[in-house]
Design a binder for this molecule. Sequence first.
Ligand SMILES: Cc1cc2nc3c(=O)[nH]c(=O)nc-3n(C[C@H](O)[C@H](O)[C@H](O)COP(=O)(O)OP(=O)(O)OC[C@H]3O[C@@H](n4cnc5c(N)ncnc54)[C@H](O)[C@@H]3O)c2cc1C
Length: 612
Amino acid sequence: MPAVLDATKRSDSLRKLAAGPLDVLVIGGGVTGAGAALDAASRGLRVGLVEARDLASGTSSRSSKLVHGGLRYLEQRDFKLVKEALRERDLLVSKLAPHLVRPVPFLYPIYKKVVERPYVGAGLVIYDAMEGTKRPVPYHRHLTTRGALRRAPALRPDRLAGAMVYYDAQVDDARHTLTVARTAAAHDAIVVTRASAVGLLRGVEDTAGDDPRGARVTGARVRDEETGREFDVHATRVVVCAGVWSDLVHAASGVKAGYHVRMSKGVHIVTPRSAIDADTGMIVRTGKSVLFFIPWGERWIVGTTDTDFSGDRTEPVATAEDVDYILANANRVLAKPLTRSDVLAVYAGLRPLVAEPESAGDSDETGKPTTKLSREHVVVTPLPGLVSVAGGKLTTYRLMARDVIDAAVADFPRAVPPSVTDQLPLLGADGLPAVRAAAGRLAADFGVSAETAEHLISRYGALAGEVLELVRADKSLGRPLAEGHPYLRAEVAYAVTHEGALHVEDVLGRRVRLLIESPDAGASAAGEVAAIMGKLLGWSRRKRAEQTRHYQEFAATTSQALLPGPASQPAAPPAKPEPPAQPRSWLRSRVHGQPQDQAPDQEPTTPVPVPA
Ligand SMILES: Cc1cc2nc3c(=O)[nH]c(=O)nc-3n(C[C@H](O)[C@H](O)[C@H](O)COP(=O)(O)OP(=O)(O)OC[C@H]3O[C@@H](n4cnc5c(N)ncnc54)[C@H](O)[C@@H]3O)c2cc1C
């Protein structure tokens, strides 16, 4: 069984796809599509997946990276969603992906002792109770004001009246998605990136037949985005998992799916860990939602916003207003305010929210704020042979995948067993306790430091040794990829040979996370990445230079938001990059565009008093 997504063998995968026929063709390689491919392949079906860009290049690499029940959905009385999500969270932490999904404590500061403590406390009792007693994460706890400040000295002490601590979990979202896709490949799914479905194939034999909706969907026309070549992929079922692109995929073939996706933009900022003194994550209320402070290695991720969006869905960008909104809300509770100079990076993503069915005629006219739209998913069968799923959350991807494949095989020509993914650990999970226990030996065997061994185990689980095998074969791959970051050059090679990376952006954006972790968004590592990738993929010198330049240009445009000056000012003209000796200022002086949508929540963008 191929346990790898080997980019050097992509042409073989394209050939297999074209040769067909498949049982199931999945369109979209986000967490939902990867999950659907795994669900179908592990039921014994012959599966193909096409992804227009890279695995997780859409929403699935731009989330808050939490695997959570969603405390705030409890407040919206969405009990079913919370219960399901908590169950999924625990399954991932304890069995399916313990190497990737880790428990993380969150401190909820309390400012109104009499009202808030019983209210939040009751919510957390329900949150804990919904999970049950067999639980991989501890129960919530009450803290006094002193206790809260011990855990989070960064909090403003005035008016603080204590805190609660509860547990959720976190994950590297992109790494998780590509691990799901790799696991699908290990079950013989053919996974091809940079391949777009440009239209659906329709059979003629059923037109006069039993289904009034018209001709059966029999596959898709696929364009290889690397060469422009188009070919047909025949499949008994086509499954659309295209997130915020769902409407476009349906429209390209004139399909009325019965739902529309409404896009909601969410922005996060990334700061150094030293900018906020706390040993726990934090969650605070904003005017209409919540703001998370999420520990992320040596950094914090702080967010998010939630605003209706109608711009370019391929690379949504954060605006200065988004950043100021986050800073203002963070500074409500922080003793030492965060400033723009604390912001290392910023990223934006689009939530694929399913608009209510009665508004399906025009999803943007629901008038409902996107914070109030359900995070539950919908599965529809708009045509015979075609099933489509959207909505949901990263946390519930496995359920979405199960449900869409259940619908796809409901009237399948042969019997198909039920989903088994609740019993199927992702690649790297099997044997994890022993690998963790023997981390010292792994380090000694391969001549690397204990920190390096731990770093690799935390990213590849029981497969960490595969990365180190590359170092054994070529010592130069044991060197760090970028100063001040734990990533090895070997991880770039592994990204190509085992994780399907085809472009420099695939590596720096999603296999290692320098795009969101480094002040220069990884631009200075692009040349080295191109050199390692080029050797494996047979790139000419010119192609290496092109890939390097392309990434550097991309990195320079991903952040529009880190402008000096107040948010209300228009975006500044492109500024001259400063010398690399001052990487943070380099980032802040990147090209900035005009804001694309309204200021989040229309809330004040200057610091406001601690919530009363
Ligand atoms: C700011 C933000 C924070 C979030 N935080 C959390 C969180 O903490 N926890 C949580 O559980 N959830 C969270 N979510 C939600 C979660 O990230 C999404 O629900 C999930 O990632 C959606 O995955 P998807 O596969 O449906 O869509 P996507 O990841 O967008 O995948 C769709 C894919 O389809 C591909 N595609 C489109 N058209 C075609 C075509 N024609 N042919 C081939 N491929 C195509 C695209 O390239 C894309 O890769 C958050 C979302 C956002 C925006």
